[in-house]
Design a protein. Structure first.
Length: 193
């Protein structure tokens, strides 16, 4: 490879490394911590390792991509920053202009592609459950009995708030849960009660 080509690649790699450092600083994570987390995830060979390896295989056309899982991020970063990487580049054949543009584009967009891949992977994950807390008293018959008990207590001159609390204690729920049950079927309850 020509020295000018090598320099173009090194410039792009150095820019990506600078962007990575800035990204990590923004997250409040040191590079050493990020490397440690990455290496631990790769050793566990779990979901994160799968995401990282698939991204690497899809983005980087590397011979021996099957061995990507054994590479430690710290060692890889140290090698890329060393003179050894620059020397290795010079030992590679000169790429065609099209191949060089592709390689530079891959390097230039590596962090953005990683971010996008992680976002898309996250979107496929489980979402927060919607609709609030599950009902503690789910049986419709039980809920109807609670409504009847509230009205019965109120007819016995027990204030609604006291009736809610008595039934809440009996069923092991909050008084506001009992109150909500009372108002579920407003068409059956007398107006203004």
């Amino acid at each position: 490879m020509k020295q000018a080509t090598q320099q173009r690649i090194l410039n792009e790699v150095n820019q990506e490394l600078a962007d990575l450092s800035e990204w990590l600083r923004g997250l409040g994570v040191s590079e050493a911590e990020a490397v440690s987390l990455h290496d631990a995830a790769m050793r566990e060979n779990g979901m994160l390792a799968g995401v990282v390896l698939n991204l690497a295989r899809n983005v980087i056309a590397v011979d021996g991509a099957k061995n990507l899982g054994t590479v430690h991020a710290g060692l890889a970063l140290a090698w890329v920053r060393s003179g050894e990487f620059a020397t290795w580049l010079l030992s590679q054949p000169e790429p065609t202009p099209k191949k060089l543009d592709q390689a530079l584009s891959i390097v230039r967009n590596a962090l953005a592609n990683l971010r996008e891949h992680l976002l898309n992977s996250g979107k496929r994950g489980p979402r927060h459950r919607r609709g609030g807390r599950p009902e503690e008293i789910a049986e419709p018959e039980e809920r109807a009995k609670i409504r009847e008990a509230i009205e019965s207590l109120h007819k016995s001159r027990v204030r609604y708030e006291d009736a809610y609390q008595r039934l809440a204690d009996k069923f092991g729920v909050s008084s506001s849960t009992i109150k909500r049950i009372r108002f579920e079927k407003t068409d059956q309850n007398p107006p203004g009660s």
